[in-house]
Design a protein around this ligand. Structure first.
Ligand SMILES: NC(=O)c1ccc[n+]([C@@H]2O[C@H](COP(=O)([O-])OP(=O)(O)OC[C@H]3O[C@@H](n4cnc5c(N)ncnc54)[C@H](O)[C@@H]3O)[C@@H](O)[C@H]2O)c1
Ligand SMILES: [Zn+2]
Length: 685
C-alpha cells in the first residue's frame, strides 16, 4: 500500500487493515478462483464488515484496492478474458428487519421523498454464480463469468451445455444486441448425486451447491460441464442496443421470458418494506421445498427511472439489497466427542461444541455420523470446524479448518466398551458402524429387543405388539425380556386401554409362548445378523442352546450360511455376561426351548418330497405352527403356488392363491384336512 496514511490512524489500526486485506484476498482467491472456500461465509462476512467499519471510522485507510471496493477476483488465465461492457456488480446485504427498514429509509432520503410507496421486484437469491449472456440478433454469441466485475472468463462453450439457456431467442422486438444476466446454479438433487459419486470414487467433494456450480462451469472441457446438470435463471440485463425494454424491472423480466429466457417463477412485485419483509418470510417457509439452494431474497426498486436516480455505490447498486437468511454454516470448536448408542446398538460419534448460533438456533452438539466420516474429514478433538445446519436436518460437522488445528488435538477413538451398558463394542473391519453387543441388556437397546422378542417370527406372543411393548416399558413394568414372564393381571389392568379380558389373554399368550422350538428362541434373542434361516441352521446343527453357546468361531463357520462375521457376532453376543444373565432369567421363568430331535436326514421323513402352500385364515392352527409341523415331517412349505405344489391348504377368505391353484389344477384342501393329516402322521410316528 503506497498510500500516505494520516498520523490520525493509530498504528495498530493500520496494521489490522493490512492484515485484513491479506486475509480477505486469500479467502477471495479460495472462494472465487479455486471454488474451495476454507471459511464459512458468515466468518468471511465478519472480517469484511470489520474492515468496512474501520474504513468508515478512518476514511484515510480506504484504498481502491481494498476488498471492500471490489467484487469477486481476477479471472483465471486459462480462459480467454471478456471485458464487460457494463460492470457486473455485487449486492448490499441486510441481515435483519432493521437493516431492511434502514435500506428503504436511505432510498427515500436519496430521492428526497417522504410519502411515496416504493414498489419492489422481489426475488429469491439464488445460490450460484453470476453469468452474462450476450445475444446478437437473437443468437447467443458469448457467455462470461463475473470475474472481478470488470473482466470475466469466456465460458461460452460451457454455457451452451445448459439446457435452459436458449441458443437463439424467439419472439418479437428483440434488441440487436442484448446482454442478459443471471445465476447459473446446481439443483440440490444434482449436487447430492455429484458428491455421492465423488465420495464413492474417493474424490474431493464440493462444499456447497454454489461452489459446485462454479467449479462445474469453469471447466476447460465443456463435456465435464455438460455432465453436471447445471441450470440458470435470469434476473437482469446489461447492455442493450438496437431496441428497448419495459420501463420497470418486472416487466422487463416478463419480456425476457417471452423471448425464451428462464425466469424464476417465485419472483413477485410488492409494495414497500413491509411487502419485502412478508416475502422474506414466505420464501423462508418454502426454502426447503425448492429444488435449488437459495441464501436469501433480493429486493429491487422496480421502476427503472427510480433506479437511475439512485445509481450505484462502489460495488453494488443503491436500489437493491439482498436480505440474507441466517447462515447455515458457522465456525466453532470441538470440545469433546462422545458416543451415543442407538436403538439397534449402533454407536454414533457426537461432537460436543462450543455453542454456536447457526441456521437460526444455538447448536451445542453435531453429529459426526460414523468412523468413516471422521476419517474422511480428519476430525480431531480440539479442531476448529464448520458446523452446518440446513432446514430441520440434524446439525453436522461439515469440515475442519486445518490451519487452526492445535498441536494437542486428540484423535477420536471408538470406546472398547459401550458407554451405556459396558458391553463389548464390535467394529467389523470394512464396516463404518461400531455396535454395542449387549443387545438383550443394554438400556439403549432393550425396548427394541423386547419388540423383536415378542414378534411374529420370534416368540410370537399374541397380543403383544410394538405399541403395548412401548407402554409396558414406559410404565416401567418391564425392563428386559425376562420381565415379561413376571407380569400379572393386576398390574396389567392398571394400564390405559387394557381391559380385564385382554390382560387375561396376554398372560395366557405369555404362558403359551414358553415352549418355542430352539430355532425361534435363538432368533428371538436378536443376535446381530442372525435371521430366521441362520437361527434354524444353528438349531439343526447344534441341537441345544448350551451347544450353541459353547461353539467357537471355527465350529460356527461350518454351519450353513454362517460366515466369519456372523460367527463373530454370535461368539461376542454370548461372551457378554449381561446377555447371559437375561437368558438365564428367561430359563428360570420357565421358558423352555424345544430342542430338535437329532435325525439323519429329511429324506426318510413321511412328507419328504411334498410342497405345501398355506393361505387364508386358519381357525385352529397358527400359520407358523402349521408350517413348523409340516416342515418337521419333511415337507417344504412355500409362499407361492406352482405346478409343483402338492396341495394348497386354504382357510377362510382365501384369495388369489386359491384362484391360481384352481387354474394350475393343484389340489385344494381345508384346515380340517390339514389337521387330520398332521394327527395321522404324528400317531404313525
Ligand atoms: N467463505 C469464503 O471464504 C468467502 C469468500 C468470498 C466471498 N464469500 C461469500 O460470497 C458472498 C459475496 O459474494 P458476492 O459478491 O458474489 O455477492 P452475493 O452473493 O452476496 O450477492 C450478489 C450476487 O447475488 C447473485 N444473485 C442471486 N440471485 C439474484 C437475483 N435474484 N438478483 C440479483 N442477483 C442475484 C448474483 O450472482 C450476484 O452477483 C458472501 O456471502 C460472502 O460470504 C465467501
Ligand atoms: Zn450397550
Amino acid at each position: 500500500m503506497s498510500k500516505q496514511v494520516s498520523p490520525n490512524v493509530p498504528e495498530s489500526v493500520q496494521q489490522r487493515v493490512a492484515e485484513l486485506h491479506e486475509i480477505l484476498h486469500y479467502h477471495n482467491h479460495r472462494y472465487y478462483v479455486l471454488d474451495d472456500p476454507e471459511l464459512p461465509d458468515a466468518e468471511y462476512d465478519k472480517l469484511l464488515r470489520e474492515l468496512q467499519d474501520i474504513e468508515e471510522k478512518y476514511p484515510e485507510t480506504l484504498t481502491v484496492e481494498s476488498p471492500t471496493q471490489r467484487v469477486g477476483a481476477l479471472p483465471l488465465s486459462e480462459f480467454t478474458q471478456v471485458k464487460h461492457l457494463v460492470p457486473m456488480l455485487s449486492l448490499g446485504n441486510a441481515f435483519n428487519e432493521e437493516e431492511v427498514l434502514a435500506f428503504e429509509k436511505r432510498l427515500l432520503d436519496k430521492l428526497g421523498e417522504k410519502d411515496i410507496t416504493i414498489e419492489y421486484s422481489v426475488e429469491p437469491k439464488l445460490d450460484g454464480l453470476a453469468v452474462s449472456l450476450l445475444y446478437e440478433n437473437g443468437v447467443l454469441v458469448q457467455a462470461a463469468t463475473r470475474g472481478d466485475g470488470e473482466t470475466g472468463e469466456n465460458i461460452t462453450e460451457n454455457v451452451r451445455t445448459i439446457r435452459q439457456v436458449p441458443l437463439k431467442l424467439s419472439g418479437k422486438n428483440i434488441p440487436q444486441r442484448l446482454e442478459v444476466r443471471g445465476e447459473v446454479y446446481m439443483p440440490k438433487a444434482s449436487f447430492e448425486a455429484l458428491n455421492n459419486k465423488a465420495r464413492e470414487n474417493g474424490d474431493k467433494t464440493f462444499v456447497n451447491p454454489r461452489n459446485a456450480a462454479a467449479g462445474s462451469l469453469r471447466q476447460l472441457d465443456s463435456r465435464i460441464t455438460a455432465s453436471r446438470n447445471l441450470a440458470m435463471y435470469c434476473y437482469a440485463t446489461g447492455l442493450i442496443e438496437g431496441g428497448t425494454l419495459a420501463a420497470n424491472h418486472s416487466d422487463a423480466m416478463k419480456q425476457l421470458a417471452d423471448w425464451g429466457l428462464p425466469i424464476c417463477p417465485e419472483n413477485k412485485v410488492v409494495s414497500g418494506a413491509a411487502g419485502c419483509l412478508e416475502y422474506y418470510n414466505e420464501i423462508g417457509d418454502k426454502r426447503d421445498s425448492l429444488s435449488y439452494e437459495i441464501d436469501g431474497v433480493v429486493f429491487k426498486v422496480n421502476s427503472l427511472e427510480l433506479q437511475n436516480k439512485l445509481g450505484f455505490v462502489s460495488r453494488a447498486p443503491r436500489w437493491a439489497i439482498a436480505h440474507k437468511f441466517p447462515a447455515q454454516e458457522q465456525m466453532t470448536l470441538i470440545n469433546d466427542v462422545e458416543f451415543q448408542v442407538g436403538r439397534t446398538g449402533a454407536l454414533t460419534p457426537v461432537a460436543r461444541l462450543e455453542p454456536v448460533f447457526v441456521g437460526g438456533v444455538t447448536v451445542t452438539n453435531a453429529t459426526l455420523h460414523n468412523m468413516d466420516e471422521i476419517k474422511r474429514k480428519d476430525v480431531r478433538i480440539g479442531d476448529t470446524v464448520i458446523v452446518r445446519r440446513a432446514g430441520d436436518v440434524i446439525p453436522e460437522v461439515a469440515r475442519i479448518v486445518p490451519d487452526k488445528r492445535p498441536a494437542d488435538a486428540k484423535e477420536i477413538v471408538i470406546p472398547s466398551h459401550c458407554p451405556v451398558c459396558d458391553s463389548t463394542v464390535e467394529l467389523i473391519e470394512g464396516e463404518a458402524v461400531a455396535r454395542c453387543t449387549g443387545g438383550l441388556f443394554c438400556p439403549a437397546q432393550r425396548k427394541e429387543a423386547i419388540k423383536h422378542f415378542a414378534s411374529r417370527k420370534a416368540l410370537d406372543i399374541d397380543g403383544l405388539g410394538d405399541k403395548l411393548v412401548e407402554q409396558l416399558f414406559d410404565e416401567k413394568l418391564i425392563k428386559n425380556v425376562s420381565d415379561l414372564f413376571s407380569l400379572n393381571e393386576e398390574s396389567l389392568i392398571k394400564l390405559e386401554r387394557m381391559g380385564e379380558k385382554s390382560a387375561q389373554n396376554l398372560i395366557k399368550a405369555l404362558e403359551d409362548s414358553k415352549h418355542p422350538v430352539l430355532a425361534r428362541f435363538i432368533y428371538s434373542l436378536g443376535i446381530r445378523e442372525v435371521g430366521e434361516t441362520t437361527a434354524k441352521s444353528l438349531a439343526n446343527h447344534y441341537y441345544s442352546l448350551e451347544a450353541i453357546k459353547a461353539a467357537d468361531l471355527d465350529s460356527l463357520q461350518s454351519v450353513d450360511d454362517v460366515g466369519p462375521i456372523v460367527a463373530n457376532h454370535i461368539v461376542t453376543f454370548f461372551q457378554q455376561e449381561h446377555n447371559n444373565e437375561v437368558i438365564q432369567a428367561l430359563l428360570d421363568a420357565g421358558v423352555e426351548p424345544q430342542n430338535p430331535e437329532k435325525r439323519q436326514s429329511t429324506e426318510s421323513l413321511p412328507l419328504a418330497g411334498n410342497t405345501y402352500v398355506l393361505t387364508g385364515t386358519l381357525e385352529k392352527l397358527k400359520r407358523n405352527e402349521a408350517k413348523e409341523q409340516l416342515e418337521a415331517l419333511g415337507a417344504k412349505v412355500s409362499g407361492s403356488i406352482s405346478k409343483n405344489t402338492t396341495t394348497l391348504f386354504a382357510g377362510e377368505k382365501a384369495g388369489s392363491k386359491l384362484t391360481k391353484a384352481e387354474e394350475l389344477g393343484v389340489p385344494v384342501s381345508d384346515e380340517n384336512e390339514l389337521i387330520n393329516l398332521l394327527k395321522k402322521l404324528h400317531s404313525d410316528a
